[in-house]
Design a binder for this molecule. Structure first.
Ligand code: 2IT
Length: 446
């Protein structure tokens, strides 16, 4: 396999799809060496098959807004890879959603899901619908119209969507209600991230952020460090940022920054229960601004137009969007003494940022390992649905702990370099790839 040849071919077929090409390039560079030790992979053209989604559904979503005006959006579901289980992955509602973004996310999801230890293939979906400023009734009508098209292509043993940016418990509820009406199927396992009274799993809302902090704890302990007393800067203030801030605080760290598209809140005293609860209220207000946090809490300051990475911190946790931390941000963090960065968002760092962190020798781990606790707990939700039972929060949390520990161990196994530095990017990519590649090989040319 030659990375350049595969990339040139992919670029020709998907011109200008920068996020997709970026995600594929990162994985191919990581696995090249191992891949070339396996002539059977080369012979079966595993990489050529793996970089293309199995299929993509694209559909029009038409709905009526509160003013009575007709609105049209685009909807997508990308079923990327089913080698190790039914398609599984979130749905993103954001104005910038396009095929490139969803292909990158579906590709990443395939490897992430392989890392979880659970049998789930990779998928992603979404729409360019912009939830910002929409009323609850508008969100419901949009979700219903979206499901009107999607329902035929999903199912508990086929493809199981969940939330992502712009899709939380409320949206999953509206989509699930419409799914039942259209499909006349009442199996709760068709979607994950459900409410607790209708098939949801305890700890799922917290799982992405909690899992991320369990992973960070393992990284730190392997490096002989502790999170106690460390300062943490977090970008975003949504569900994932909230889970990460909650667990970081519980573990004795001080969360000194959260951010939004409008700027960063500097929070030198750290989080309290009241502040963490307020993050959820801010998100639910659908305004997508973080400034009100500093109006409500006198010890916090809002700095307009700045990123979380402008705040001096020990640990940086991108929790918002892809490529939200670039090479300049990484350099600024390093200059301020940051010694650990972990992507909690998918592909939160640009390739330049990753190279900056790695060449400085600081701890760095990629989203597909760090944030895998979210989809892993979705997998645990599916298990509970299939068994028609609910586990206690403690039971789910202990399984989440075990999964994050396993993912960390897999990264260490495949990512430890000769000089002792653990390249978590390489480790996660190789571990995920080997599992999917082996499954594809054993299933023949399909
Ligand atoms: O990026 C992700 O892993 C998610 N948005 C969660 C997917 C899931 O199926 O729970």
């Amino acid at each position: 396999m030659k990375v350049q040849t595969i990339m040139a071919d992919l670029e020709r077929k998907h011109p200008g799809e920068s996020e997709y090409l970026q995600a594929v390039q990162e994985v191919l560079e990581s696995i090249e060496e191992v891949y070339n030790l396996h002539p059977e992979f080369e012979k079966a053209k595993i990489v050529e098959r793996m970089v293309e989604p199995d299929r993509i559904f694209t559909f029009r979503v038409t709905w009526v807004d509160d003013k009575g005006e007709i609105q049209t959006n685009l909807g997508y579901r990308i079923q990327f890879n089913s080698a190790i289980g039914p398609y599984k992955g979130g749905i993103r509602f954001h104005k910038a959603v396009n095929p490139s973004m969803l292909k990158f996310l579906g590709f990443e999801q395939t490897f992430k899901n392989a890392l979880t230890t659970l049998p789930m293939g990779g998928a992603k979906g979404g729409s360019d619908f912009d939830p910002v400023g929409k009323s609850d009734a508008e969100i419901m009508r949009f979700c219903q119209a979206f499901m009107w098209e999607l329902w035929k292509n999903i199912g508990p043993d086929t493809d199981v969507p969940a939330g992502d940016v712009g899709v939380g418990g409320r949206e999953i509820g509206y989509m699930y209600g419409m799914y039942k009406k259209l499909a006349r199927e009442y199996n709760t396992g068709v979607l994950t991230g459900k409410g607790m009274t209708w098939g949801g799993s305890l700890i799922r809302p917290e799982a992405t952020g909690f899992g991320a902090l369990y992973f960070v704890e393992h990284m730190l302990s392997k490096a002989g460090k502790s999170i106690k007393g460390a300062t943490v800067a977090i970008s975003g203030f949504g569900n994932v940022a909230w889970g990460a801030a909650t667990k970081a605080t519980e573990l004795g760290a001080k969360v000194i920054a959260i951010s939004g598209p409008d700027g960063v809140v500097y929070n030198p005293e750290g989080m309290t229960k009241e502040k963490l609860d307020y993050m959820l209220a801010l998100r639910a207000s659908n305004r997508n601004i973080v400034a009100p946090f500093a109006e409500k809490f006198a010890d916090a300051t809002f700095i307009p137009g700045k990123k979380a990475w402008s705040i001096k911190c020990d640990i940086a946790l991108p929790c918002a969007f892809q490529n939200e931390l670039n090479g300049d941000d990484a350099a600024e963090l390093l200059a301020n003494g940051t010694w650990c960065a972990a992507e909690v968002s998918n592909m939160g760092c640009t390739p330049e940022a990753i190279a900056t962190f790695q060449s400085a020798g600081i701890l760095f781990a990629p989203g597909k390992a760090v944030n895998a606790g979210g989809v892993a707990t979705s997998g645990l939700e599916m298990t509970q649905n299939a068994m028609h039972i609910s586990w206690s929060a403690a039971e789910v949390d202990s399984k989440l702990h075990y999964i994050m520990e396993s993912i960390h161990a897999a990264c260490v196994k495949y990512g430890t370099q000769e000089d002792g530095y653990i390249n978590y990017v390489k480790g996660a990519n190789i571990a995920g790839f080997m599992k999917v590649a082996q499954a594809m090989l054993e299933q023949g040319i399909v």
